[in-house]
Design a protein around this ligand. Structure first.
Ligand code: F6P
Length: 343
């Protein structure tokens, strides 16, 4: 009897998930496995909400953003009853191994299940690029290309109207999106969660730029950036199942401060989920495909508890635990490069 591979996508969606699903299904079927798609992340395992995946199910999905399996931020370890159901369904579905595609939260659950004796392999995903043990996650390249295009567009209108444009990008704990899109888009200031915002210095950099004849500026700020003394600016106090607050609002607060202190008209654009939507770049399609093939390879070798990872230009495997033990924050050498162009 054919062995069954389960596959789920959890946490925030991102472009490149479908290429991974396609690769796992295509390669899994090539090697004689049956594939069961689990809908909506861990929620689907708790509810036994699944569908069989075949070649037809993954036909045409390579360029599609999002995930054909759906996702959720459900954490089965939050509630004993949910955990019990998830484990029962794992057995009921007769899964030989589960491919968990996700970020720190989803892979954290995967690592715990491995400790409890379940066969799980991981695939790292997040537009934030903040997962340890892999150089890049898919979704990040698409996000920075979208953000860069938006910054380019904001540049032309900022210049026409002689305005300061504050662009708030995603990045809960890490400034990867802000730094990459800010450098690529020629931002005049980039503010990241890793470095508390010094508002006085921000204002003086803008004034310095204007004193050399420039009449507009672009400030890129990551949603998770914080003022020097004070708390994160929150959208609301609601926590998700993994205990994360919803961020957003730092752009507004910063713009108000800049306008008050400089007298220059300052506008805000929050890019939000635009960065997570739409078609993946070629880089993310290829990376997702390579990760998917690696996941099946790990299953073939019985390397459970491992995660596909990009190191240099090689796809390797690392223990799931390494990926979730700490966040990969922004490389400060990259931030130093960004700083050369501030003001
Ligand atoms: O982790 C990816 C991410 O897009 C973060 O950048 C952002 O803070 C968060 O997800 C938003 O999550 P949600 O879509 O659940 O509001």
């Amino acid at each position: 009897m054919a062995k069954t591979i389960g596959i789920l996508t959890g946490g925030g969606d991102c472009p490149g998930l479908n290429p991974v699903i396609r690769a796992v299904v295509r390669q899994g079927i090539n090697l004689g496995y049956e594939i069961t798609g689990i809908k909506n992340g861990w929620k689907g395992l708790i509810e036994n909400n699944t569908e069989k995946l075949n070649l037809a199910s993954v036909s045409g999905i390579l360029p599609k953003g999002g995930t054909i399996l759906g996702t959720s931020r459900t954490n089965p370890y939050k509630n004993e009853e949910d955990l019990k159901k998830a484990k029962e369904n794992f057995k009921k579905l007769n899964l030989y191994c589960l491919v968990a595609i996700g970020g720190e939260d989803t892979l954290g659950v995967a690592a715990k299940l491995v400790k409890e004796g379940f066969n799980v392999v991981g695939v790292p995903k997040t537009i934030d690029n903040d997962l340890s043990a892999t150089d890049f996650t898919f979704g990040f390249d698409t996000a920075i290309n979208i953000a860069t295009e938006c910054i380019d567009r904001l540049h032309t209108t900022a210049e026409s109207h002689h305005r300061i444009m504050v662009v708030e990008v995603m990045g809960r704990h890490a400034g990867w999106i802000a730094a990459y899109s800010g450098i690529a888009g020629g931002a005049d200031i980039i503010l990241v969660p890793e470095v508390p915002i010094d508002v006085e210095q921000t204002v003086s950099l803008i004034k310095k730029r204007h004193s050399r004849g420039k009449t507009f500026s672009i400030v890129v700020v990551a949603e998770g950036a914080k003022f020097k003394k004070g708390d994160e600016v929150l959208q609301e106090e609601k926590l998700d199942a993994f205990g994360h607050v919803r961020l957003g609002g730092i752009g507004e607060a910063l713009a108000k401060y800049i306008e008050d202190k400089t007298g220059y008209e300052t506008r805000v654009t929050v890019l939000g989920h635009i960065q997570r939507g739409g078609t993946p770049t070629a880089f993310d399609r290829v990376l997702g495909t390579r990760f998917g093939i690696k996941a099946v390879d790990l299953i073939e070798k019985g390397s459970f508890g491992m995660m596909a990872s990009l190191q240099g230009n090689k796809i390797v495997s690392v223990p799931l635990e390494n990926a979730v033990e700490k966040l990969k924050t922004l490389d400060m050498e990259l931030y130093d490069i960004a700083k050369v162009f501030f003001g």
